[in-house]
Design a protein around this ligand. Structure first.
Ligand code: GDP
Length: 691
């Protein structure tokens, strides 16, 4: 039997780095009995971060999906990374979530990254709860954080809990528990038993006034969303708890409000009520509108699928993890049912795939299941051709869901294995990393013996480097990262390349005719041909020429950089008799490639990043000056609370080490996000340095 859709919760925990996402996750899994031993981030033993690199750095990079049960609900917890270099990963998780828990630190409040992710969650229409963590910390300020959620995030937070006291044990009125404003109870947690027991008691006299005040506020807000509740309030009648919950749930799902809870994950306070709130207020897949896709044969025709078992099956591959039993393809099922040992259709690749085994991944064990239903998330072993972002569906009812887009890589780093044994090992490890992380590329250069790895930013490559050296203990030499330049042509051109040589008394003769045209599709160069070969020998010649052109386009043009934003077409010519051999064809293709680029003329392109800096008013001038010195173009600015948010476009080459710079410019108060935007012409001095 598939899981019941009404009691499914596909959620993600979203947070700025260090707000406590990992600790909250860890506690949730523990209380849900998914793990037997409580993990501690500071000791590096947590369960969702099962990647050693993450544990060492204490950041969550690779999102994984963990299932557990709570109060009769099946939770699928999709981890979302919090670092700026991984926005693509965050967006990817948001695509498949139904609800989010946003964790804030009561000490640091709303930080820049939380703002970015909050806006991404808005874009994907994700209903959320807010959890104000670290109420036990020195300097924690619950109500100031609440105000920031309201003002900086432009949202409508609604308190369903308030903290009792705030700050560490030595202060006057330390944090000791929470008041549940829905049930009007005091909740405390037993520290000795790792908070496993929640003690719910009547409100003591001294807390009643404060609790009543906030309860009134809560009802006053909910008043707007339900006539039934409004009538009771107006008649001064008690409002039953189930009604409050029902109204809260609907308003949360409609994204009218964001219920706010609080606690201290580290000290085991507030986690079980947070789990309850997810079950009570966040949507099940059945509460959401049908997913929209297109007919693969006719992309103009929209199709929808409701989250129902009797609809034809469709799902989206949102993550692939290499696993010792085979690659696990994490699939969000939007409609119908997926059975083990069945065939699914991948309409994007026009291929049938085997869904051999279905797995639900728990924190400490995995469970093989015969079927998974609409709304659920399942790890599938068996597919061979599919990658992240691909749709799976029934062959009889094809639908193509919107793919997950990943930008081209913008930064690269050379690595050299120290021995041929290492080279083989390196190759295998890189293949695995590539499958797991679609924003990472690796390419071996046979001539130099170097492997070039590329990614989305400085940190991204640094993480990969550490994994290679530390986790996989590879003996490789790692060079400094450098910007990935590309080149494009300025005009269309057509040329013929030739091979006319005599080698060892044998004459080598071949020709290759090619046309190049500029394009503006923000893509690596494409190579095609209309040449229809007359027989299989000719066909082989055409294939060799086309492959050679493709290799040259990828390998580099006049600047030695891969061709971008252009299209190469192999044009038909008369092949000599006897047919030329491969060497002659390749020489002719190389000559044609060189000639056509020279006649079209080329421009060097550099990656341009989209940068967003959030800075307090007093540092705006310095930040702008600095950005301008980095050749940035400021494209917009807006006030958000006490801060100014600057939007800019800047070349990546000028943004190395920016995180340090922006911190020192603003005494640590400004923060930024940066992601690849497009490729643009490099300035003359950079072009010259390539000559
Ligand atoms: P993440 O980066 O968001 O995953 O945050 P972590 O869960 O790794 O927590 C970051 C740091 O804050 C760790 O040292 C935690 O022990 C600590 N921490 C997490 N929650 C709390 C809390 O409620 N109170 C206090 N005092 N520290 C916490």
């Amino acid at each position: 039997m598939p899981r019941n859709i009404q009691t499914l919760r596909n959620i993600g925990i979203i947070a700025h780095i260090d707000a406590g996402k990992t600790t909250v996750t860890e506690r949730m899994l523990y209380y849900a009995k998914a793990t037997h031993k409580m993990g501690e981030v500071d000791k590096g033993t947590t369960t969702t971060d099962f990647d050693p690199e993450e544990q060492q750095r204490g950041i969550t990079i690779y999102s994984a999906c963990v299932s557990f049960q709570w109060r009769g609900c099946d939770f699928n917890l999709i981890d979302t990374p919090g670092h700026v270099d991984f926005t693509a990963e965050v967006e990817r998780s948001l695509r498949v979530l139904d609800g989010g828990v946003v964790v804030f630190s009561a000490r640091e409040g709303v930080e820049a990254q939380s703002e970015t992710v909050w806006r991404q969650a808005d874009k994907y229409g994700v209903p959320r709860l807010a959890f104000i963590n670290k109420c036990d910390r020195e300097g924690a300020d619950f109500y100031a954080t609440l105000e920031q959620i309201r003002k900086r995030l432009g949202s409508h937070p609604l308190l369903v809990q308030i903290p009792v006291g705030i700050g560490p044990p030595h202060v006057n009125n330390p944090f000791r528990g929470v008041i549940d404003l829905v049930a009007m109870r005091l909740l405390t947690f037993t520290g000795e038993k790792l908070g496993a027991e929640v003690i719910s008691q009547e409100l003591p006299e001294d807390l009643r006034d404060e609790a009543s005040l906030y309860r009134e506020q809560l009802l006053g807000e909910l008043f707007n969303f339900s006539n039934e509740l409004a009538e009771l309030v107006l008649a001064d009648q008690p409002v039953p708890e189930p009604l409050v919950k029902q109204v809260l749930r609907q308003a949360t799902i409609d994204r009218q409000i964001v219920p706010v809870l609080c606690g201290s994950a580290l000290h085991y306070v507030g986690i079980q009520p947070l789990l309850d709130a997810v079950a009570d207020y966040l949507p099940s897949p059945a509460d959401l509108p049908p997913v929209v896709g297109v007919d693969p044969k006719n992309p103009d025709k929209q199709l929808t699928r409701a989250a129902k078992e009797d609809e034809p099956f469709c799902g989206l591959v949102f993550k692939i993890l290499a696993d010792k039993h085979g690659d696990l393809h994490f699939v969000r099922i939007y409609s119908g049912e997926l059975k083990a040992n069945s065939r699914v259709y991948n309409p994007g690749k026009d291929k049938k795939e085997n869904a051999a085994q279905l797995w639900h991944i728990q924190a400490d064990r995995r469970e093989q299941v015969p079927t998974a239903g609409a709304g659920d998330i399942v790890g599938v072993i068996g597919p061979r051709f599919s990658i992240t972002g691909d749709t799976f569906c029934e062959t009889q009812a094809p639908i193509l869901l919107e793919s997950i887009a990943f930008p081209d890589t913008v930064i690269s780093m050379a690595i050299e294995p120290e021995s041929s044994l290492e080279r083989k090992k390196l190759g295998e490890v890189l293949e695995m990393l590539k499958r797991q992380d679609p924003t990472f590329r690796a390419l071996e250069n046979e001539e130099t013996g170097q492997t070039i790895i590329s990614g989305m930013g400085e940190l991204h490559l640094e993480v990969i480097k550490h994994r290679l050296l530390r986790d996989f203990k590879l003996d490789v030499k790692v060079h400094k990262p450098r910007v990935s330049y590309k080149e494009t042509v300025n005009a269309a051109a057509e040329e013929t390349g030739k091979c006319q040589r005599v080698v060892n008394g044998q004459s080598l003769f071949a020709e290759c005719r090619v046309r190049i045209t500029p394009a503006s599709d923000d893509k690596p160069a494409t190579v095609s041909t209309q040449w229809i070969a007359e027989d299989s020998h000719q066909k082989q010649c055409v294939y060799i020429l086309q492959t050679a052109l493709r290799e040259h386009a990828e390998g580099g043009g006049l600047y030695g950089c891969p061709l971008y934003n252009c299209h190469l077409e192999l044009l038909p010519t008369t092949l000599p008799e006897p047919l030329p051999n491969e060497v002659a064809l390749r020489i002719a293709a190389a000559d044609a490639f060189d000639r056509v680029l020279k006649s079209a003329t080329v421009t060097l392109l550099e990656p341009i990043m989209k940068v967003e800096v959030t800075t307090p008013e007093d540092h705006v001038g310095d930040v702008i000056n600095d950005l301008q010195q980095r050749r940035a173009m400021i494209t917009g600015s807006q006030l958000r609370g006490p801060n100014t948010v600057l939007d800019a476009e800047a070349p990546l080459s000028a943004m190395f080490g920016y995180s340090m710079a922006v911190r020192s410019l603003s005494q640590g108060r400004a923060s930024f996000t940066m992601e690849p935007l497009r490729y643009g012409p490099a300035p003359a001095d950079v072009q010259e340095s390539f000559m």
